[in-house]
Write a protein that binds this ligand. Structure first.
Ligand code: NCD
Length: 307
């Protein structure tokens, strides 16, 4: 049984194939309209979501399948004290594939160990968010035409931002990708990513607090929201929340073909004045999320049938 718990569950070739399938879906949507006929996707969301849950739902519907699920823990048996393991066993009786977002790191992994259907991690605490990363990779591929030879600037909450952790792990696999990690001291990238992903693989990176200094050298700017829900105290959040606000003036010394990404939701970190700049990719990125999730659902259901 194949699951997607972390981006490391996919080989480079499988990622390339998912991107190629997503591009084919974009070009020939009708070809895929019945791929998941009579199949059900279950969405188990214990944490808030707009894009991730609705993109999975529309992905399944566009593949001809249907969707069941819940969008808050309080409306599920979690409120009565049911364990993730038991819920996974139950959902395995109803659906063909499940997507889980949970505030606890590792919850989708626990679900996968207790499930007889594929489990997709749609974000676990401050840990990983592999389907956002697939979305980001498809976006970078479509915007820049390549995934190698890039300088990737990641800016904001690199400590709690799960999308950042998964994206670094994925981009680190491509040739000549360098990272500029832009954050306040308190929100620096966790040591395990620095040591196990970057240093172990000899990947070039710098850490800086200055977005202005980083700007002229980067090809991709990945902005992130300060993750309020992961802070232990509100005072720290208030102090750090506006560390970076991207305004048109700050792009004065940026490359003309910079690609600005953001997993969204945005709070304050990108001024709405940037939205009309052709370098702003974040709303195109949202749509890419639907296509790559179509490709992923198709892939995991096919792998299940072959198994
Ligand atoms: C991200 C998440 O949930 O981690 N959102 C998303 O899925 N697009 C980013 C965030 O919440 O800041």
């Amino acid at each position: 049984m194949r699951h997607l718990i972390g981006i490391e569950d996919l080989t480079n070739e499988e990622i390339d194939n998912l991107i190629a399938t997503a591009e084919d879906i974009i070009a020939n949507p009708d070809k895929y309209a019945e791929v998941c006929k009579r199949k059900k996707l279950a969405t188990l969301f214990y944490e808030p979501s707009t894009r991730t849950r609705l993109s999975f739902e529309s992905a399944m519907i566009e593949l001809g399948g249907s969707v069941i699920g819940f969008s808050e823990a309080q409306s599920s048996s979690a409120a009565k004290g049911e364990s993730v393991a038991d819920t996974a066993k139950v959902i395995s009786c109803f659906a063909d594939i499940m997507v889980m977002r949970h505030f606890k790191e590792g919850a989708p992994m626990v679900a996968s160990l207790n499930s007889t259907i594929p489990v997709i991690n749609a974000g676990d605490g401050g840990h990983n968010h592999p389907t956002q990363t697939l979305t980001d990779l498809l976006t970078i591929k479509r915007e820049k035409g390549r995934l190698d030879n890039l300088v990737v600037g990641l800016c904001g909450d690199l400590k709690f931002g799960r999308t950042v952790h998964s994206l670094i792990s994925a981009m680190a696999r491509y040739k000549n990708v360098k990272f500029v990690l832009i954050s306040p001291d308190e929100l620096k990238i966790p040591d395990y990513i620095k040591h196990d992903v970057l240093e172990r693989n000899g990947i070039e990176y710098i850490e800086t607090a200055s977005l202005e200094d980083a700007m002229p050298n980067i090809d991709i700017l990945y902005m992130t929201r300060v993750q309020r829900e992961r802070f232990f105290n509100e005072q720290d959040y208030i102090r750090l929340k506006d560390s970076y606000i991207l305004t048109p003036e700050k792009l004065d010394n940026a490359k003309s073909d910079l690609a600005i990404l953001h997993p969204l939701p945005r709070v304050n970190e990108i001024s709405v004045a940037i939205d009309k700049d052709p370098r702003a990719c974040y709303f195109r990125q949202v749509l890419n999320g639907k296509y790559i999730r179509m490709a992923l659902i198709k892939f995991l259901l096919e792998a299940k049938n072959e198994g």
